[in-house]
Design a protein around this ligand. Structure first.
Ligand code: CDP
Length: 214
């Protein structure tokens, strides 16, 4: 079984995906975390987003995800980068790298491989449209931008970070993700859309579960 949870930035996709994985006792993959880990590697190695990335470089990037006790851990060449990939520098650059076809293909291979042996829930932007168009269940989460910025601000829990700068970062990322040529952020026709603006985490979870016939 494959469950796809797509949607806009900061709509709680990963929170829902983890809850589903736990409830159904299946695996979880965060596709955005792959793009973030690749971005971290390329920035560290001073490779800008305009350069073409060849197979020789990809062969040096080993990324794995481990879902354990309701937490997801991301490893980049053996290093635990779970927190590092959420930093500001990666957040403001990731969408430019995620536009690149060679990077997308690299991530697609990792995601499809993860689904070969186990049932899985995957969150992202193009999971139901491109990566797993035949997914058993597809959801698309969206919300008013101001509410998403407020939620992300609360989550970061750092008063020195201004809500306006978070709102700007989210908006720029959404624009880049929605307007790119390859695999843009959009709802799959057969996805169940949920406006999460005024719903609690549990309410969204209930709505998702009701659609999944176990
Ligand atoms: O957590 P949040 O929704 O803010 O972002 P994320 O899931 O960590 O994704 C980070 C970025 O990776 C997105 O803004 C996209 O640019 C890219 N991404 C993508 O292109 N395709 C996906 N399936 C997932 C993420």
């Amino acid at each position: 079984m494959i469950i796809a949870i797509d949607g806009e930035a900061s709509t709680g996709k990963s929170t829902q995906a983890k809850k589903i994985a736990k409830k159904l006792n299946i695996n979880y993959r965060d596709s955005g975390a792959y793009y973030r880990a690749i971005t971290l590697y390329l920035i560290k190695n001073q490779i800008n987003s305009k350069e073409t990335i060849g197979n020789d470089l990809f062969s040096k990037i080993d990324i794995s995800q481990k879902f354990e006790n309701e937490s997801l851990f991301i490893f980049l060449n053996g290093e635990n980068v779970t927190s590092k990939i959420r930093g500001h520098k990666v957040s403001v650059n990731v969408s430019e790298y995620a536009k690149k076809p060679e990077i997308r293909n690299f991530v697609y291979k990792l995601l499809r491989k993860s689904s070969e042996l186990t049932s899985i829930v995957v969150d992202g932007r193009d999971i139901g449209t491109v990566v797993f168009p035949d997914a058993d269940y597809k959801f698309f989460l969206y919300a008013i931008p101001e509410i998403r910025a407020k939620r992300r601000h609360k989550e970061i829990n750092d008063e020195s970070v201004k809500i306006e700068s978070i709102a700007r970062e989210i908006k720029e990322r959404d624009d880049t993700d929605s307007n790119r040529d390859i695999a843009p952020l959009k709802k799959a026709e057969d996805a169940h859309g949920i406006d999460v603006s005024y719903l609690t985490i549990d309410q969204v979870f209930e709505e998702i579960l009701q659609k999944i016939i176990i």
